[in-house]
Write a protein that binds this ligand. Sequence first.
Ligand code: SAM
Length: 352
Amino acid sequence: MPLCCRHQRRYVAAMRSTNQASAAPLIDGFGRQVTYLRVSVTDRCDFRCTYCMAERMTFLPKSEILSFEELEAITLAFMRRGVRKLRLTGGEPLVRRDVMKLIGTLGRHVGSGLDELTLTTNGSRLAGHAPELAAAGVRRVNVSLDSLDPAKFATITRRGRLETVLAGIEAATAAGLRVKINMVALKGVNQDEIADMLIWAHGRGHDLTLIETMPLGETGLDRTETHLPLTEVRDRLASRFTLTRLAERTGGPARYFSVAETGGRLGFITPLSHNFCESCNRVRLTATGKLYLCLGQEDHVDLRAAWRQDGPVGVDQALDRAMILKPKGHDFHIGRLGIAGDPGRHMSVTGG
Ligand code: SAM
């Protein structure tokens, strides 16, 4: 989205003052260093996964969304302060118009400033974009895939086609991208498919990460009914496969195991049955420039306002405030009344 003249003037003035910007690392009140930024480039999505969104969603007006120039400038401020890993997400990042321009610009920092630029996608538009993503410096993508059964896939996503996503995964692999499959484990929905998904993913050289449903925003459905503790899933898989805990971390919230029978890697993201907030190194920027310090809490600073008022110096001051605000952890838990701790925001807003 082009900047209007007023914002363009501010942008130029702000870029000139970059030399006053801070390079101090981002360390929060619990001594955790923030090195990983997730950016929701849009809250819009072409799917309506039942555990993620309501059937009818109201999305943000496009006028509220950060321009690519603003996104890049804010991202650079993070990089100056030690953020080495950037994940673009949403909503569905590939539905944002001209998103490849942004990815191309950010990709230039891979190797100098950024260790990694990655993407989380539902795969619906991956087939068309995979070669461009690889050319832009993306080496890895996470693709969400909750079922290999076409009918069940359509039911979960409410409007997705399995075939298109599988073609996207193939195109990504052909373009040289490493693909990790993310599967949200849902009781009574896809729990019987987990072992098959593991064999399918590892058979194609993809890691698989299983995710517990989190209470994030209203969906119109009761999340408690489909909540499946991954401790249970791991025990069941361990009776069929040899799982060995790996020390290795990828900078994200998953804990990994090797699977002897498939030779692949299996991750578990268990915010409810076991949280790993003590090692959290992440913050999340919404498409409107709010920086949330935790997926499950309200604490945030407004980087769009900071940038528009005071450029890089304003962003730095807001980041310093943010480090004081970063909470110890989320409050997701299963109580007497079911899953609790919902901050009232969908994952698509905060950036999954
Ligand atoms: N559209 C992209 C995609 O589908 O991967 C990126 C955004 S999506 C919000 C990111 C991830 O969050 C997906 O793997 C999705 O399954 C997961 N997700 C969404 N809502 C969730 C929830 N309430 N609990 C757990 N995972 C959720």
